[in-house]
Write a protein that binds this ligand. Structure first.
Ligand code: COA
Length: 269
């Protein structure tokens, strides 16, 4: 996305980072390899996410890819060719941990997808909370066509997100689908024309930033952690999340702001 061009990072950085207010943009930056996940890129992205998680005031993270042709083309298949089995296992572990860090990030994560999101690239996007794409997007878990299976949560997250029938058809065929199909299947929440992805992402980030940071973290956790559990357990997760925000200064600020007919000024406390 164009956003990457304005980053303050060095050209050789594998991940470009930019803060726009409380929104942190992380851009995978190997456009010549369609942002394929090399070991170094996985390590960089993990480090960036860990650093952001420890930073105060980050209310939303945007993940995107440089170059406009791909969000991420999955694992680096050229690097993979030279890996031993143990190295491949270690890579899978690292990639799984990266994807988990996206899912567990204590603020909403938005995947902004232009071009290809394939294999591990789609698995990364599946761990985000919201997926927006432009009309150039092409999505697929094409691993079976390489004689492997999704190895960073794709079989689990796609079936939870879109249902088992859709997940089986997409994973077992390895089919790539366009943005309109992905929208229809619930894999994407919005598709916009090619020039409009960045404004659309900025718009949704502004909506997210209007929420209290503690509330966003707890709401995200309640949905993720409660999903798939029996209803009483899910409701108990929700109640614990509510308890976590009940004594917060942000809750008082929300009530005060409503009474004073002004927007709230949340501090994440
Ligand atoms: N790993 C390593 N290199 C990759 C890559 C990957 N997953 N995907 C693309 N590249 C490289 C290509 O080999 C090519 O390198 P080269 O210039 O040295 O030949 C470069 O990126 C550009 O790729 P190209 O295919 O020419 O670009 P494109 O825009 O026409 O197509 C893709 C982009 C992503 C659709 C296409 O490259 C592709 O299908 N890649 C494989 C995706 C895949 O199967 N991922 C794994 C799923 S399990």
């Amino acid at each position: 996305m164009a956003k990457a061009k304005t980053s303050n990072a060095l050209p050789r950085d594998l991940v470009l980072r930019e803060r726009v207010g409380s929104v942190a943009w992380l851009t995978l930056n190997r456009p010549e390899a369609r942002n394929a996940l090399s070991r170094a890129l996985v390590a960089s992205l993990r480090a960036e996410l860990a650093a952001l998680a420890a930073q105060p005031g980050v209310t939303t993270v945007v993940l995107t890819g440089a170059g406009g042709k791909a969000f991420c083309a999955g694992a680096d298949l050229k690097e993979r060719l030279g890996m031993t089995l143990d190295e491949t296992r270690a890579f899978l572990h690292e990639l799984g941990a990266l994807v988990q860090a996206v899912e567990d990030f204590p603020a909403p994560v938005v995947a902004a997808i232009a071009g290809a999101a394939l294999g591990g690239g789609l698995e990364l996007a599946l761990a985000a909370d919201i997926r927006l794409a432009d009309e150039s997007a092409s999505l697929g878990l094409s691993e079976v066509r390489l004689g492997i299976i999704p190895g960073a949560g794709g079989t689990q997250r796609l079936s939870r997100l879109c249902g088992i029938a859709v997940a089986k058809e997409l994973i077992l065929t390895g089919r790539r689908i366009d943005a309109a199909t992905a929208l229809r299947l619930g894999l994407l929440s919005r598709v916009v024309p090619e020039a409009e992805l960045e404004p659309a992402v900025t718009e949704i980030c502004a909506e997210l930033c209007a929420g209290g940071p503690l509330a966003l973290a707890q709401a995200k956790h309640a949905i993720d952690s409660g999903f798939g559990r029996p209803m009483p357990e899910g409701l108990a997760v929700e109640r614990r999340g509510y308890e976590a925000v009940l004594g917060s200064a942000d809750r008082k600020e929300g009530l005060r702001a409503f009474a004073e007919k002004r927007p709230p000024r949340f501090r994440g406390k």
